[in-house]
Design a protein around this ligand. Structure first.
Ligand code: SAM
Length: 253
């Protein structure tokens, strides 16, 4: 692991750094894409390495880290399926984390953000945009191999079902599932905490939830949930999910 030469920036994992800023910590990822800023985030450097500040108010995973998330985080060399990638703000940081030996399959269903995601992929060799609906995984099953992690941020009422189905179809045994839960999308009749309880109940028996964390104050009524398949295996019901390495088939040319 790279040793930072500035005392204020501390390595928190491969490609991930943290710096104390007053009462909280900011997180930084090693910029893999060029040029470095993706959404106007601050840039700094450490030795020869360019670092991008992960803005917690623009990213659920960034907010979770700022709130001391202890659940799964994408690691160097891993392949992740990212559902609800939008223009790629968070997906770009995930791509930084998995590095050149990893890959991020970034699914987005709306054309407008997808166009910007495509442009981003021109700068990010390990980011593969997929125009698709996360409710219809069969459409992109042929181009997405088994992955080490599924990250879901679709802000839909059936977000937990989508996460479960995606884990079933794409997750390797012992892979990680991370769900950004927007409770406002699940109805206003119940409290955010009640929706969180419902979501964890829905996951029971399929995913062992390791961590649930409120994303306040950065994202109101949002939580991040992270876990791994119960018993170490995703609830496979069709495609056999194996540990066999498969080359990513969605790459920019
Ligand atoms: C909250 S935004 C995602 C923000 C993004 N994850 C980030 O942090 O940079 C939710 C995105 O999910 C997309 N989305 C909603 N339903 C979807 C679905 N069924 N399949 C794929 N994408 C979906 C929306 O178009 C939108 O871009």
């Amino acid at each position: 692991m790279r040793k930072p030469d500035r005392p204020s920036l501390v390595a928190r994992g491969e490609h991930l750094y943290r710096r104390r800023e007053g009462d909280f910590h900011s997180y930084w990822t090693e910029a893999l894409g060029e040029p470095a800023p993706v959404y106007g985030e601050r840039i700094t450097s450490l030795d020869e390495v360019v670092l991008r500040r992960w803005d917690p108010s623009r990213s659920k995973l960034g907010a979770a880290l700022a709130n001391d998330w202890e659940g799964p985080v994408p690691r160097s060399g891993e392949r992740w399926l990212y559902l609800g990638a939008s223009t790629g703000t968070t997906a770009s940081h995930v791509a930084d984390l998995v590095g050149m030996d990893g890959f991020v399959f970034a699914v987005e269903k709306s054309l407008r953000p997808f166009a910007r995601l495509l442009a981003l992929a021109q700068r990010y060799p390990n980011l593969g945009p997929v125009l698709g609906d996360a409710r219809d995984p069969f459409a992109y099953l042929p181009v997405v191999p088994p992955v080490d992690g599924v990250y879901l941020d679709v802000a839909q009422p059936d977000q937990v079902e989508i996460g479960l189905a995606s884990a079933r179809w794409f997750l390797r045994p012992a892979g990680a599932v991370v769900i950004a839960l927007k409770t406002a999308s699940m109805g206003r009749q119940r409290s955010a905490r009640e929706h969180l309880l419902d979501a964890t109940r829905q996951l029971e028996g399929a995913i062992d939830v390791e961590e649930t964390l409120s994303l306040e104050p950065y994202h109101k009524r949002h939580f991040l949930l992270g876990g791994r398949p119960t018993g170490g295996s995703p609830p496979t019901e069709g495609r056999p999910v194996t540990n066999r390495p498969v080359r990513p088939s969605v790459r920019r040319s």
